[in-house]
Design a protein around this ligand. Structure first.
Ligand code: ATP
Ligand code: MG
Length: 491
């Protein structure tokens, strides 16, 4: 009986302890600033795991600074502070994943991820400005001004019965919160090149899967059996294509082979996850290469709604390709690219078709445009899982387009000051370049925007005549609308 009570107490302790932890001198505490606090003593958990970690580490090749030559001053200050904070609190902490790979490839990492043996709660206690996020993977975001460092606890094998993990019948991992050693963590990563652990303090890289050699050889290789890894997470097929296009790495033959026959598994992936991955692909700076690689790998037809839109519109293909090229150019020259703009381009020819349809049904131009926007957003944006936060801007960009065809009176001045003028103008240029509109319209707006006051007025007069002729058929239409064209009466 006593024994049972003790057992029950222990069990209750185990269940409730994480929530009821009292500040304890032996544990790292929250600090007033985001500066980490030093641990006075290692927790027993860490002591018991020490041997295990030592064994894990022995499974790795240790690559010294002399060989890899990573310049640690290239790490962001947030990355430095996160590693330093965790290590001073007695934990292990490494830069991991894409950042190490990019540094070895002499590229500037776009962000820094940290892996540690501290649990999310422990990380959260080390950094005051941090929050635990995620369900599928619980992570900690540590905030330093504008920079966010994503910290993940070493993941264990999802096959272990302990912990919180769930695998669907198809083999797809649904939830995955089992913690493990650094070796376990490395095995769960996708490609060998993505499984390198860099400790900026010792300047050593730990390599469990010969990722360093693969990077040197320019190869993207799946860790473990590719078929199993794609079944666990079909998005890895897209990642293979995207990362190889972005980094100029060749997909290793065994990693490549199963993709064609396993492509259908992408149908099981939640649309929102596909959306995130396609967005990364489109904004990688290598969208054109990625799209043609996806086509070569038979990863497009019917599997990726977003890609169907790109590739299966004979009328709009030139337009969409120009838009992707434009996005690639912007990103590679260090500019930002607005996802709303990109989605507005992807769906523009759907929009034109719907717009024409509503006009053919007898609706006036501007109401027809609004009806088309509503319809395309309702059908396509839902299919593509385009988030609401993007659709408002898409509508604005589309809604401005008829206004660019009005080049008389006061209205061009009004358009120049519209908050979305620049996006609308860039969109107009793509329409001209794709042959949908005469180049002259785009050129006129470029000149008009660059002209001084008097010159602008002169331009208006010069363009009024052809404009009126163009608009004659729409005039009746516009005057009935509440929209933009009706104002032309004032010209
Ligand atoms: P990018 O430069 O595009 O950010 P990345 O490799 O850093 O590329 P992230 O999505 O930021 O991609 O992922 C960070 C790391 O997490 C990866 O390098 C990899 O180790 C691991 N990872 C990400 N997605 C998966 C996945 N689907 N399966 C296994 N490991 C993954
Ligand atoms: Mg990354």
């Amino acid at each position: 009986m006593l024994y049972n009570l003790a057992m029950i107490k222990k069990l209750l302790d185990r269940i409730f302890k994480p929530k009821n932890i009292k500040p304890d001198a032996s544990k790292p505490q929250q600090a007033k600033s985001n500066r980490p606090i030093l641990a006075t003593k290692k927790t027993s958990r860490k002591n018991t795991e020490l041997n295990q970690h030592q064994t894990s580490k022995n499974a790795a090749l240790t690559i010294s600074h002399k060989t890899h030559k990573i310049d640690r001053t290239l790490l962001s200050s947030g990355a430095h502070k996160t590693i330093e904070g965790l290590q001073k609190a007695g934990f292990e902490a490494y830069i991991v994943g894409g950042a190490v790979r990019d540094l070895l490839l002499k590229r500037i990492p776009k962000d820094f991820d940290v892996a540690t043996n501290a649990t999310p709660e422990e990380v959260n206690r080390v950094f005051r400005r941090s929050r635990i996020i995620g369900r599928r993977f619980r992570l900690v975001h540590v905030l330093f001004g504008d920079e966010t460092i994503e910290v993940s606890t070493f993941r264990g094998s999802h096959l272990e019965t302990d912990g919180d993990s769930k695998v669907a019948d198809s083999g797809r991992i649904i939830r995955d919160n089992v913690f493990g050693s650094i070796l376990d963590d490395s095995v769960r990563r996708d490609f060998t090149a993505n499984a390198l652990y860099y400790d900026p303090s010792s300047q050593e890289v730990l390599d469990f899967h010969k990722g360093y050699a693969d990077i040197e050889a320019g190869v993207l290789r799946m860790i473990g059996k590719p078929e199993t890894r794609y079944a666990e997470d079909p998005v890895r097929m897209l990642r293979a294509v995207r990362l190889s296009a972005k980094l100029g790495l060749k997909i290793e033959a065994g990693t490549q082979a199963p993709i064609a026959k396993m492509a259908d598994l992408l149908q099981d992936v939640p649309p929102s996850r596909l959306f995130d991955e396609m967005l990364k692909l489109f904004l990688s700076g290598h969208a054109i290469e990625s799209v043609s690689a996806l086509r070569e790998q038979h990863l497009h037809h019917g599997l990726l709604p977003m890609l169907d839109v790109v590739l299966e519109q004979p009328m709009g293909e030139r337009f969409v390709m120009l838009a992707l090229q434009n996005t690639d150019d912007r990103i590679l020259s260090g500019k930002t690219a607005n996802p709303s703009f990109l989605f507005a381009t992807l769906l523009w020819h759907e929009m034109l078709a719907a717009w024409e349809k509503f006009q053919a049904e007898g609706h006036h131009a501007i109401p027809a445009l609004h009806m088309a926007m509503t319809e395309v957003i309702a059908i396509q944006a839902e299919k593509l899982a385009i988030h609401n936060r993007y659709t408002a801007t898409m509508k604005e960009i589309w809604g401005l387009q008829p206004r660019f065809e009005q080049r008389a009176g006061k209205r061009p001045f009004g358009l120049l000051t519209h908050p979305r003028y620049r996006a609308g103008y860039d969109f107009l240029l793509l329409r001209c370049e794709s042959g949908e509109l005469p180049m002259e319209i785009g050129e006129w707006w470029t000149a008009f925007a660059n002209a001084e006051g008097d010159e602008r007025a002169a331009m208006l007069q010069a363009d009024t005549a052809p404009k009126k002729r163009r608009k004659r058929s729409r005039k009746k239409v516009g005057s009935a609308s509440s929209g933009v064209i009706s104002v032309s009466d004032s010209e």
